[in-house]
Write a protein that binds this ligand. Structure first.
Ligand SMILES: Nc1ncnc2c1ncn2[C@@H]1O[C@H](COP(=O)(O)OP(=O)(O)OP(=O)(O)O)[C@@H](O)[C@H]1O
Ligand SMILES: [Mg+2]
Length: 311
């Protein structure tokens, strides 16, 4: 879709008989790119602004060799899976930009060697791995509860929309820190798939260290139980000093803290059941006593009155 401004620039060039602008020129005319925000396995992400209204944006560059494409649609158009999934999410969303857990896709450009995604950038926000690092140690149980509760709602919504994110982890979660209650946003749909259209093919798309045991032993996994395993990973990393590693956990080299509340330990252990169908479903997690029950001061509790009041 060519925006009116872009169309004006294009017409101006036609007038002057200049070559039509490249996708990169159109991008540069519309956005100002600034500092690097992160570099993942697939590409680099920069902060920036939309020139027209100073809207904060994140600009994600994905080398074409890392882009997974969808089938060509009836108009002969081929979209990357990341774009297709984000568009589907937006289509089914009733609320506007900034109101739903997944960040919005604002724009995208196909260059020769790479694809550029322009994404909503919530401000102020940090990714959850940074949030944990800033905390200089495990989060308090009550803080982790606020985040898990929102995470379960967010991934349940994805499940209901037939979207399997496949890589839920602290680096792919943003925490908006502007309001009293931290708000969770889901990012990085680069490895996601539509569960009603794609089937498992023996590969694990996601973070290998977080692969569920059924993949490690049999190279199979399904959306629901694999996502619940990854919710467990996020909760584990919020409450422990060490990073999660499925193989180490299965060998009993990583332990669940014994000083957590009984409900919290039960929830973690249930997400980490070896047999996928023994794990709770996302629907069951929504009504699990730990996230649903009001907070009680715990042994590790030094939580701030504002967080306590908001729960
Ligand atoms: N919309 C956004 N707003 C703010 N920061 C973002 C946004 N999108 C990404 N980031 C930052 O950039 C990092 C990398 O982004 P993203 O996870 O989308 O890329 P990736 O290359 O696919 O990562 P990986 O290969 O680890 O999955 C994130 O962990 C986050 O810190
Ligand atoms: Mg990522």
């Amino acid at each position: 879709k060519i925006q009116k401004r872009d169309a004006d620039v294009w017409l101006l060039r036609m007038d002057r008989r200049l070559p039509s602008p490249s996708a990169k020129e159109l991008f540069d005319a519309k956005y100002e790119q600034q500092n690097q925000l992160g570099k993942g396995g697939c590409g680099s992400v920069y902060g920036g602004y939309r020139r027209a209204d100073n809207l904060p944006v994140a600009v994600k560059y994905i080398p074409k060799e890392n882009v997974v494409w969808t089938d060509t649609n009836e108009n002969g158009q081929q979209l990357s899976v990341e774009v297709a999934v984000m568009l589907k999410l937006q289509k089914e969303e009733t609320s506007s930009v900034g109101k739903s857990a997944p960040v919005s896709l604002l724009d995208w450009y196909d260059l020769n060697e790479e694809q550029i995604l322009v994404l909503e950038r919530p401000v102020p926000a940090v990714d959850l791995s940074q949030f944990i690092e800033n905390n200089k140690g495990p989060l308090q149980e009550n803080q982790a509860k606020t985040i898990v509760k929102q995470l379960v709602e967010a991934v349940k919504h994805l499940e209901d929309t037939n979207i399997f994110h496949r890589d839920i982890k602290p680096q792919n979660i943003l925490i908006e820190t502007g309001s009293e209650i931290p708000q969770l946003r889901v990012i990085d749909f680069g490895l996601s798939c539509l569960t009603d259209r794609e089937y498992e093919d023996g590969w694990f798309y996601g973070t290998e260290k977080h692969a569920p045991p059924e993949y490690i032993s049999k190279s199979v996994y399904e959306a629901g139980p694999a996502t619940v395993w990854q919710v467990g990973v996020v909760l584990y990393e919020m409450l422990h000093q060490s990073l999660f590693d499925s193989t180490k956990f299965l060998k009993n080299e990583l332990k669940i803290r014994t000083d957590l509340s009984p409900d919290c330990k039960r929830l973690l252990k249930s997400c980490f059941k070896r047999t996928p169908w023994r794990r709770p479903t996302l629907k069951q997690l929504q009504s699990h006593p730990w996230p649903t029950r009001a907070n009680t001061p715990t042994a590790d509790s030094k939580f701030t009155p504002s967080i306590r009041a908001s729960l």
